[in-house]
Write a protein that binds this ligand. Structure first.
Ligand SMILES: Nc1nc2c(ncn2[C@@H]2O[C@H](COP(=O)(O)OP(=O)(O)OP(=O)(O)O)[C@@H](O)[C@H]2O)c(=O)[nH]1
Ligand SMILES: [Mg+2]
Length: 270
């Protein structure tokens, strides 16, 4: 059966409505205008925490969609500004992503940047804040997050992602006997690492709920290994305004769990 585009489906629906031609034209233009409105997401987090990798792992963002200047560049100057880019799926659903200058480099720089962040966040539907899951001292993150949330009132529109869980160090006692953290064969954390992920998550949840981030808006994942990234996407979608949820779901790109599993295992289960 040939694919029917959104435009045709809309026409079909409208034609069958028992309303005047004038009304149909109005409805069509309302729907069109609504389709044009992208879902607007803004991502915060220190340079290199994995913001771009996360987008690639959860949305249908191809490398070539991400403008050159948004990809990691160690030599990036302090003049770095907010930059946005947009993706669109076949149905015309759009998502706009904004990337901004990293916070937490220095107190003085944060002082300058926070007012800009506040202004930018207000123009978006949701703020996702990526943190390295192995960070222990997150006082500056707590402070910056609190200020931005106090000013914007975005406590119900923030999702905090604890990324790079595959890199969390095992505690000494669990590292004996050469226990590995990541099970490459099945692309999952080992039991030891899973316990450590829980501990790190509890610690960060404790610290961030103190600045008013709801616990169920804090998710641990590995964007690189594509582990638990589906949960990140679901949490983002759940916290979007209802009229934007469908657009974000339509752009989802959460691959099959088996994507990074080893070939031998794949043969066994297929
Ligand atoms: N081990 C591991 N590495 C990751 C993970 N996510 C991202 N990385 C790596 O971390 C590095 C930085 O990732 P990016 O996605 O470019 O980080 P970013 O936050 O967009 O960085 P800037 O754009 O410079 O602010 C890359 O080498 C990624 O492959 C993860 O979950 N685990
Ligand atoms: Mg990036």
């Amino acid at each position: 059966m040939p694919e029917i585009g959104l435009g045709e489906r809309m026409d079909e629906l409208l034609n069958n409505l028992p309303v005047s031609e004038q009304k149909k034209r109005e409805l069509r233009s309302d729907i069109q205008a609504d389709l044009e409105e992208p879902v607007r997401l803004i991502g915060a987090g220190q340079t290199g925490v994995g913001k771009s990798t996360l987008l690639r792992s959860i949305f249908a963002v191809r490398d070539e969609d991400i403008p050159e200047e948004i990809t990691t560049d160690a030599t990036r100057a302090e003049t770095e500004r907010f930059r946005s880019f947009q993706i669109e799926n076949e149905d015309g659903f759009k998502i706009e992503f904004t990337d901004g200058p990293g916070l937490g480099e220095s107190m003085q720089k944060d002082e300058e940047l926070i007012p800009e962040w506040i202004e930018q966040v207000r123009q978006h539907d949701l703020l996702y804040w990526v943190i390295d899951a192995s960070s222990r001292d997150i006082r500056h993150i707590q402070e910056n997050m609190k200020r931005i949330l106090d000013e914007t009132g975005y406590r119900d529109r923030i999702v905090v992602v604890l990324n790079k869980v595959d890199q969390i160090e095992l505690e000494r006692s669990e590292r004996e006997d050469d226990i590995q953290g990541w099970n490459e064969t099945y692309n999952v954390p080992t039991d030891e690492l899973e316990r450590q992920i829980e501990r790190r998550t509890d610690d960060i949840v404790d610290k961030l709920t103190r600045v008013g981030v709801p616990e169920d808006q804090i998710v641990a994942c590995s964007a690189l290994k594509r582990w638990n990234h589906g949960k990140v996407l679901d949490t983002i979608i759940q916290n979007l305004p209802p009229e934007k949820q469908i657009k974000a779901s339509a752009n989802r790109d959460v691959a099959d769990i088996r994507e990074l599993v080893s070939d031998e295992v794949l043969e066994e289960i297929e």
